[in-house]
Design a protein around this ligand. Structure first.
Ligand SMILES: *Cc1c(COP(=O)(O)O)cnc(C)c1O
Ligand SMILES: [Zn+2]
Length: 395
């Protein structure tokens, strides 16, 4: 299909192939219960767009705007998201004997996590489509990002989150002026309430993968990584997985970049890291399954990983299988030790989710799944500041 000038991309269901009109607000494919994915005119862009041109633009996620869904720059809601540093970990690498270890530090994003990338894309596109009121179920950080981005756009946000969400994240969301609903349960319980409110009031639901564009913002992590490495991808990417947008987004970005002629067909092995107390992706991967069953009694201090049901389950598992990757779970104790190590040895105050990737790396090196000379990239998805509870301060 050739997009008309007013339609810069097409939207379709990856399961049944049905097309959805991107000029209208869209959610997901209700026939397949699947997320929708955006497709850009990559053949045309290959001829028109040079990667050097993008590298020369002012910093930030929006320098990749040809590969993002927002048409009119006036609709962009930006707080400076993107272009986070890719840092060496010299002390930890030397201790492990890993010669080529890097960490992409997403904690430098505006709301302290990579969630700001997705929310910048989703809120901007929603504005373009005339939407002014949002609702989200969240484990915490997506609610913070929605509250602040919607606030900046002068829109209303309704946030449903577990009542034991870390206190700093609750403060962030209240401070943004969002309407906060604490839920006696987890993100999937919050999702049921949010969906009902969405139907009752016509609020737009920006749940993970239930609207098409958060993943588009997050995929830009993959573009930035390739650019920073001289348009070559690492051997291994280790990513903490809740709903899976980070993994699925980067995997999509790699295919787009290959179609654009910017990278070759080599791909990293993608590793999904989860907490032992909530590891539905790991369990499904180990069973060789195509679908992910919900996890019962999910519990972990890594709030962003406390996601018992994975809506984009088929896409997440395909990324792991196709890349020759794997899925690993780490205990809260292991990820806390890794969090201390990153702070002390490297000066990186990682979120527990991000620190989990270092704990996973140690397991994979010990198992021989990763080799010491391979190029390995960890993702720290957020700042540790958003997880401090009073008892941390007292100790
Ligand atoms: C949301 C979140 C994750 C999980 O990301 P998904 O894209 O949902 O898999 C990881 N780390 C942090 C800090 C998060 O907020
Ligand atoms: Zn479908």
């Amino acid at each position: 299909m050739n997009p008309s000038p007013s339609q810069r991309f097409t939207l379709s269901c990856p399961e049944c192939g049905r097309a959805f009109d991107p000029l209208l607000p869209q959610t997901y494919c209700h026939d397949c219960n699947s997320p929708l994915l955006s497709h850009y005119p990559l053949e045309r862009l290959k001829a028109e767009l040079r990667r050097e041109e993008i590298s020369a633009r002012p910093r930030g996620m929006w320098r990749w705007h040809e590969l993002l869904p927002v048409e009119d720059p006036h609709n962009r809601v930006s707080l400076g998201e993107g272009d986070t540093p890719l840092l060496p970990l010299p002390t930890i690498a030397a201790a492990l004997g890993a010669s080529n270890l890097l960490l992409k530090d997403e904690s430098l994003n505006p709301t302290g996590t990579f969630k700001s990338r997705g929310m910048a894309a989703a809120v901007s596109k929603a504005l373009e489509l005339g939407i002014r009121e949002f609702v989200i179920p969240t484990a915490g950080n997506a609610g913070g990002a929605l509250g602040l981005y919607a606030g900046r756009a002068g829109c209303a946000a309704h946030v449903f989150m577990p009542k034991d969400t870390p206190a700093p994240i609750q403060y962030e969301i209240r401070m943004s002026g969002a309407d906060v609903h604490l839920v006696d349960g987890l993100i999937n319980d919050a999702a049921r309430l949010a969906a009902a409110e969405s139907r009752a009031h016509g609020w737009f639901d920006v749940s993970t993968f239930k609207e098409p564009y958060r993943v588009e913002g997050k995929k830009i992590m993959g573009y930035e990584l390739a650019e920073a490495l001289g348009w070559r991808l690492p051997d291994v990417i280790i990513y903490p997985t809740g709903g899976g947008t980070g993994l699925v987004g980067m995997w999509k970005a790699f295919d787009e970049m290959q179609s654009l002629g910017w990278i070759d067909s080599a791909r990293p092995r993608m590793v999904s890291v989860q907490a032992a107390g909530c590891a539905p992706v790991v369990r499904a991967f180990e069973e060789g399954a195509q679908r992910i069953q919900p996890w019962q009694n999910a519990a972990t201090i890594a709030a962003g990983l406390r996601v018992p049901a994975v809506f984009a389950d088929r896409l997440v598992l395909r990324c792991l299988y196709q890349s020759g990757g794997c899925a690993v779970s780490v205990s809260d104790e292991e990820l806390t030790l890794a969090q201390h190590e990153l702070a002390r040895a490297e000066g990186i105050l990682a979120a527990p989710e991000g620190a989990a990737t270092l704990a996973a790396l140690k397991i994979l090196l010990k198992k021989g799944w990763c080799e010491y000379g391979e190029s390995i990239v960890l993702f720290n998805t957020g700042t540790g500041l958003k997880y401090f509870q009073q008892d941390h301060v007292d100790h």
